[in-house]
Ligand binder design. Structure first.
Ligand code: XIL
Length: 316
């Protein structure tokens, strides 16, 4: 990958989930990341689990180093994520009522103050809508997490706090199965209904992250991705594809061709939608992925471009 995708973009951002474990341990990681991408996000380093593993003890070293890595390599950086129910430290999961409410406000305030003027876009809340939501009757189901159970209005609280602390930051809601795949059309509609309701109630939000973790056996049509992006545009919202990967059943040529086509659909839909301004992939190479074994990325184990890489290159 000597000639990177980033050479073919204008203002458009094509990004990668950066991971310090890999740039420390894998030869060629930084070079490949730098050549291909013009945006980064920390795969884990900016999560509450890393910044506040211990209650009230803020350690920004991981998130700082991911941001520094991006800056060093001339990449934009997006913040991921402030409030999430999954992979959280015990102390946070076990808080009750007002203690949890206060911790949410304190975490957001402290993190946004630390990164003021340095990170301009944050996923404020991640994955708050129930994955089995059907979107029926214009509604949605909230995920019954500790966050929702203890602080039912935690989403409003998080976004309002973020806006108040730093009005210059773009505030995103980020979720999965909201790209319009047929089997998850209900969830996609539910997320849209949920976000529309926030907008109508005046909750401050600027954009929606479509994680876009899909499989070669379950994926959306170009028209449906476009349709959801257009619906968000009508609400005045930006969209970013925030965590794309495409899991394969095996590593055959057929699967990799299908995978390439699906990466292409997503990038085209984003480029064709005026409100979609970034496309990020959740891992550099098949063996450096959170889904090792499903060959989900655009480089192979030797950091060599796969079919999907060339498809993206041709589209840009
Ligand atoms: C995942 C990371 O890739 C893993 O390394 C970690 O163990 C768990 O989190 N949705 C998200 C991401 O928003 O933060 C998740 O990242 C993948 C699913």
């Amino acid at each position: 990958a000597e000639i990177g995708l980033r050479e073919y973009t204008n203002d458009f951002k094509i990004g990668l989930a950066l991971n310090s474990t890999f740039w420390e341990g894998v030869e060629g990681y930084t070079e490949a990341a730098r050549n291909i991408f013009n945006m980064g996000v920390a795969e884990n380093g900016c999560k509450l689990s890393h910044i506040q593993a211990e209650k009230g003890v803020y350690d920004f070293s991981q998130c700082d180093s991911h941001l520094a890595k991006a800056i060093e390599n001339n990449m934009d950086f997006r913040g991921h994520c402030l409030i999430w129910h999954n992979y959280q430290p015990e102390w946070f999961v076990n808080l009750k009522g007002d203690d949890l409410r206060n911790a949410i406000v304190e975490h957001i305030t402290t993190v946004l103050n630390h990164y003021r003027g340095k990170i301009d876009t944050w996923d404020v809340v991640n994955e708050a809508v129930d994955n089995d939501s059907t979107g029926e009757n214009g509604g949605w189901e909230m995920r019954k997490s500790f966050l929702y159970n203890e602080v039912p209005d935690f989403v409003d609280l998080a976004f309002k706090t973020a806006r108040e602390v730093d009005p210059n930051v773009k505030l995103y809601y980020n979720d999965y199965n909201n790209e319009g795949s047929p089997e998850k059309m209900g969830k996609s509609i539910a997320v849209y209904n949920f976000v529309k309701d926030m907008v109508e109630r005046g909750v401050p939000i600027d954009g929606v992250g479509i994680q876009y973790h899909i499989k070669t056996s379950s994926y959306p049509a170009y028209e449906d991705v476009m349709d959801f992006m257009a619906k968000y545009a009508q609400l005045g919202l930006e969209v970013q594809i925030t965590e794309m990967d495409v899991r394969c059943d095996n590593n055959t040529k057929e699967e990799f061709e299908k995978q390439a086509e699906l990466y292409g659909v997503a990038l085209r839909a984003c480029l064709d939608s005026p409100n979609c301004n970034a496309f990020l992939i959740w891992g550099l190479a098949d063996n450096l992925s959170w889904k090792v074994g499903s060959y989900p990325d655009i480089l192979d184990d030797d950091l060599k471009p796969k079919h999907a890489y060339y498809t993206l290159l041709n589209i840009l």
